[in-house]
Design a binder for this molecule. Structure first.
Ligand SMILES: [Zn+2]
Length: 409
């Protein structure tokens, strides 16, 4: 609630102060030579609320319709468009509602106009751009090596801890699976996970952190006694996702099995999650481990199963690293990045099916014999087999029993 009050104050201040004014492209006669009117675009926004696009056209001829096209850079799918409201003086306006349709924070938004004049002629303007900063907060900034940290609450110590965790996480990722060295990583630290989730328009993002598809890392590190340990966990975890994304690209990243993506990210954390070992032990004792094949495309949404899925992915990936080494894991990531499916990737690179690897991992981790998964698979059929066998014996016994001779009078 405290944040809401502060947020509104900042919101109002930001609304007054904000405004990214982009100079019109080209000189007036240059525009005229290309058949364009001279265009003067202005963008004002309050992050999380709205973006107001305004364009003034200085041509002689009357305008009939102006359409705005806009899209964030990066891996954003598709281009947004809207018919602008035209004023008699030739000013066109459109307001984008960021509450209904959030756009990625700190992304570069490219926009341009398609103009139709009343005399039937039409043209498309050059493209303009602005950076959609989250201007509800006063951001501070620290840069060290490839890492650039932005934060809005707390002092320099927090930023330094983030940079240190990122540097240690990078060294760990390079060591674990020969992750690529990034040139530049932007890290945005929010103080409140709920604000971050709302900022990103995220639904069900458990830890309140972002996808690397946005081209930056977004973390929620609330002030308090857990902040430092959470920094050492979350920063390397998100960095690992970013490095995997850099290694195999957008399409390749989305083809990685979730168990491998989350397994490598969790292994990169500097502070292992103690809940994982507990969840694994309990699930193994209760015979309710999730098959690895069920963790290829997605993780369960139920909180306790999701924790178990992370625990299994981490333990299984550690097992693969221990058995096959980092070169093999690097090649495995690259193979999935090329588009092979979950089962074929391990078969091609490690020479073993996922089911066999699952069996080997369980045997090594829970000290189960090689026969255990076979028994598990066979168990439902054992009852059926027993009933069949019993009925066979019964019919054999009945058949061999001497038939009583009919009574003779
Ligand atoms: Zn993750």
């Amino acid at each position: 609630m405290k944040w809401v009050v502060q947020g509104w104050r900042r919101w109002l201040a930001a609304w007054v102060l904000v405004g990214v004014v982009v100079a019109a492209a080209g000189a007036k006669h240059a525009a005229a030579r290309r058949g364009h009117d001279e265009v003067h675009p202005t963008v004002e926004y309050t992050f999380g609320e709205r973006i107001r696009f305004v364009a003034r056209f200085s041509g002689e001829r009357a305008l009939q319709q102006v359409t705005l096209f806009y899209r964030p850079g990066g891996s954003w799918q598709g281009t947004l468009h809207a018919a602008m409201t035209l004023a008699p003086d030739g000013t066109a306006t459109f307001v984008h509602d960021l509450k209904k349709s959030p756009l990625p924070p700190f992304s570069t938004i490219f926009y341009w106009f398609r103009v139709r004049r009343s005399d039937g002629t039409a043209y498309t303007t050059p493209s303009f751009s602005f950076v959609l900063t989250d201007n509800r907060f006063a951001w501070q900034h620290l840069s060290e090596g490839p890492f650039e940290v932005w934060w809005h609450e707390g002092d320099d110590v927090l930023a330094q801890q983030v940079v240190d965790a990122a540097a240690a996480g990078l060294a760990r990722a390079e060591n674990l699976w020969l992750a690529p060295a990034p040139e530049h990583v932007r890290i945005y630290v929010y103080a409140d996970p709920r604000v971050l989730q709302q900022t990103l328009g995220a639904k069900g993002w458990v830890a309140g952190h972002a996808s690397p598809a946005y081209g930056a890392l977004f973390l929620a590190l609330p002030p308090g006694p857990l902040q430092e340990s959470e920094t050492r966990r979350l920063v390397p975890h998100e960095l690992a996702h970013d490095l995997l994304y850099r290694q195999v690209g957008d399409a390749g990243y989305h083809n990685l099995p979730v168990w491998l993506n989350e397994g490598l990210a969790s292994l990169t954390e500097l502070r292992p999650n103690p809940d994982y070992a507990v969840a694994l032990k309990r699930a193994a004792a209760q015979d309710r481990l999730l098959p690895l094949a069920s963790l290829c495309d997605t993780f369960p949404t139920d909180a306790s199963d999701a924790l178990l899925a992370y625990a299994e992915a981490t333990s299984f990936t550690a097992f693969l690293l221990h058995r096959y080494g980092r070169n093999a894991l690097h090649t495995l990531v690259a193979a999935y990045g090329q588009g092979v499916d979950c089962e074929s990737g391990v078969q091609h690179v490690l020479g073993r099916s996922l089911w066999r690897l699952n069996r080997d991992w369980e045997a090594a981790t829970f000290h189960r014999g090689w026969w255990y998964p076979i028994w598990e698979k066979a168990r439902p059929w054992v009852g059926v087999f027993a009933v069949l066998l019993a009925s066979l014996f019964l019919s054999a016994w009945l058949a061999r029993r001497p038939t009583p001779s009919p009574d003779t009078p």
